[in-house]
Design a protein around this ligand. Structure first.
Ligand code: CP
Ligand code: NVA
Length: 313
């Protein structure tokens, strides 16, 4: 496996390895300062980022390398240079490329033409690095055994919903996603991908429109913003109205399992997708989850650059 372009690229064994290594990097951040010594990693982002940028730059530094941050309009891509040419040039300098942008197809194309590992740091369709941080946080709370537990996401059927389904399938878990029907439901292709993986791992996938049924007895209740980066502003009012029954309120949280926790990839909008009482309350693990963005990206870089991930072929 050269790249991490999509969550589904990871095999269950890859995820095991990455989570174990990330747990080590949580205890000993400077365990492998030679891994990227005297090397650079390009981080190219055409959308804003707080966590992923900070986590990526810190991860590269902890591996002994130097991050080169490139903002969206800095490259000649904006003046017509092709993605293929850009990928080949970056491959001549950096040891890996971390990319955040809109179209998944652009990330796939970079992966195709770059000779170095390309890592998807969020597209409109997926957010694989986030899911590793989420699952490391889940493991710290509940351990490795997912049997008898339910892992629920409620809200917009966006990149996070897609990644949640796919990673839950890889983990062999009972995963539930509840969204409004139709327009803001997860993409059919993402559901089909998760179901195909679930058929191999024994995971159970449920896609619902009922937030209360989804939250009932869940070990994890997860949500994300209702307006993602790039969503058309013109749809805001209609979308927020459709999503309002999916807000994670204290009432919805009270339906979860006794030991149920709240997670959110952040940034959050208190009073929109989640109440302040929930996200700032005792069952919320958001700060540990955000912290693990660095430990998991450090693990991804470490193993991808060494060619140690097998991939889901
Ligand atoms: N969760 C996450 O990806 O955060 P940023 O958008 O701040 O990177
Ligand atoms: N769905 C959100 C996730 C942010 C980390 C977005 O794409 O903006």
């Amino acid at each position: 496996m050269k790249d991490l372009l999509r969550t589904e690229d990871l095999s269950p064994a890859d995820v095991e390895l990455l989570l174990d290594t990330a747990a080590d990097f949580a205890k000993q951040p400077l365990r492998s300062t030679n891994a990227l010594a005297n090397r650079t990693v390009a981080i190219y982002m055409t959308k804003p980022s707080t966590r992923t940028r900070l986590a990526s730059e810190t991860a590269v530094a902890h591996l002994g390398g130097t991050p080169i941050f490139i903002r969206g309009d800095d490259l000649q891509i904006g003046r017509g240079e092709t993605i293929a040419d850009t990928a080949k040039v970056i491959s001549g300098f950096a040891s890996a490329l971390i990319i955040r942008t809109y179209a998944q197809a652009d990330v796939d194309e970079l992966g195709l033409h770059a000779s170095i590992p390309v890592i998807n740091a969020l597209t409109d369709a997926d957010h694989p690095t986030q899911l590793l941080a989420d699952w490391l946080t889940i493991r710290e709370v509940f351990g490795k055994d997912v049997a008898g537990r339910k892992f629920t996401y409620v809200g917009d059927g966006n990149n996070m919903a897609h990644a949640w389904l796919t990673m839950g399938a890889i983990m062999g878990a009972h995963v539930v996603v509840a969204t409004p029907p139709d327009k803001w439901a997860p993409a059919a292709i993402a559901v089909a991908t998760a179901q195909a993986i679930a058929a191999k791992t024994g995971a159970k996938i449920e896609v619902l429109n009922d937030p209360e049924a989804a939250a009932k007895d869940a070990s994890v209740l997860y949500t994300d913003v209702w307006m993602s980066m790039g969503d058309p502003e013109i749809e805001r009012e209609e979308k927020l109205k459709a999503l309002s029954p999916f807000a994670v309120t204290p009432e919805l949280m009270s339906l979860t399992a006794k030991d149920g926790i709240f997670l959110h990839c952040l940034p959050a909008h208190r009073g929109e997708e989640v109440s302040a009482e929930v996200i700032d309350g005792p069952r919320s693990h958001i700060w540990r989850e955000a912290y693990h963005r660095r430990t998991t990206i450090q693990a991804i870089l470490y193993h991808l650059v060494r060619g140690e991930l097998k991939g889901n072929y």
